[in-house]
Design a protein around this ligand. Sequence first.
Ligand code: PLP
Length: 554
Amino acid sequence: MEGNQSKPKLHSSQLYDNRFASLVQNVVHAQKEDSDDPPPHGKTSFTNQLYDTRFASLIRKAKNDGKVMMSDSKNDSQNVTRNSAEMDEDPDIVEDVDEYDSNDETFSFNVNRSFSNSGSTGFSAGLGAPIKVTFEDISAAASRISENEGIRRTPCSKSVNMSNLLDMDVFLKRDYMQVTGSFKERGARNTLLMLSEKEKRKGVITASAGNHGLALAYHGNELNIPVTVCMPVNAPIMKVQQCKLYRANVHSIGADIIEAKAHAMILADAKDLCYINGYDHPYIIAGQGTCGIEIHEQVQHIDAVVVPIGGGGLIAGCAIALKHLNPNLELIGVESDQSASFKAASDAGVPVSIDVNQSMTLADGLCVSKVGFNAFSNARHLIDRLVQVDEASIALSVLRLVEEEKCVVEGAGATGLAAAVAGLLDDLKGKRVVFILCGGNIDTNVLGRVLDRGLAADGRLVKFTVVVSDRPGGLSDLVSYISSKGAGIKDIFSERAWLKTSIHTVRNKVVIEVRDFHHGQEIRNGLAKMYENLVWGNEPVMCGSVKSLKTMTR
Ligand SMILES: Cc1ncc(COP(=O)(O)O)c(C=O)c1O
């Protein structure tokens, strides 16, 4: 790793974003002294350098409200209550890092602290320099993590079906085939292996709702390093259970990942554990970059590589690796339009917080409100194109992968491919394009719903509302027509009480399965000729020769 200014030799415990260390120190100081005074300036050593001003203000606020305690309770279940409006009111914290003074054991610096009300990014000038991850870091990580097959070298082969569908040579890097179902293992294992013996004994901590927590728990267990994972209370039960099976100390806490993270940071400080950020720690970035090296080795003459973006760790690592090995390839980052935090950062020139809501996106793994400081600064100049995709395209991408490739990929993992499925990469037709399928952890019941949305997006699952005669035979006419056309009825719901049409009519909400969009249109046109008041999807259908309800009521 290279610092941008002087070049501190970082010890593994010395995590990367010097901004956060002092913020945590501020919280700890305030708690210990029961005072809100800023901590004394001066030279301080940190083993847990945390990084996000939003958390600092959250922790401080919660502490002031008496909602966060310095606790080491294993079954600590108190919630940190966060109110984003309150958080926004908090002054940003501005720090100036005066000096890097490193040795093998500590990463020390002077911190000048001041509080200001200007800006909301916490990224004011004078903050510590991001840590540069180099190709050598990634190459070293590659040999480190592949030792004894700690990390699988996943396949990256051409998909005949997807190539035909998208009219390009599609190569799929199947990193959902890692043991815990995602690429996150690469960074997790690399970081754990870089810990000092002392740190390995003490253990590490993280906050995660999913893949990073699972990866850290699994490799911690493999390497005999204690792992604590703070998971929001709404984290998928399957993932919570799996982390426990890997013998992680799981704290279910916080309404969302932000609150879980605040708790993790306090615990990190209280127990002197290394906090490992899942996308911004330089060793995490270096580990994720090994995926890029493998892609380069597995596919010849690559024109473009398409990478989903959450906090930015995967694309940062892959960008460094791939652009070093092949500067001519095009690197394309894809985000969900529900969490386009990399775009926001690119527009602003620095990572900024945006509003995101995990429940509003199928790509929950990408739902990060602010991209990583190190990840952004390492990746931004290497990314050639940034694309945002909508939810329907993500669902369609998951569906295509199930149908064409017989593989289960979660929304986040299918987001890169979604850009092509949505037609946003049509200029790559005829080219050799690699898509990273980076995760496959999706709850079975969620998968069913995502596939339904995919079918809807594909025009193969359609809904309509139609008013038909409520006399004998009325409904059967409708059903007979649909079956005569070879479509299947999935759902039908009849409603009478709220109708304002003839008392002898019934409104039916119908969901049918059709072969494709054109088949759906054929049925739509046929029904429009038979019935008034046909509403297809959400749109009323007006068709030339419409049979009147009077004639229908026999
Ligand atoms: C399956 C999957 N894909 C992609 C990402 C995005 O990775 P990053 O946060 O490093 O950008 C994540 C993050 O958790 C993920 O779980």
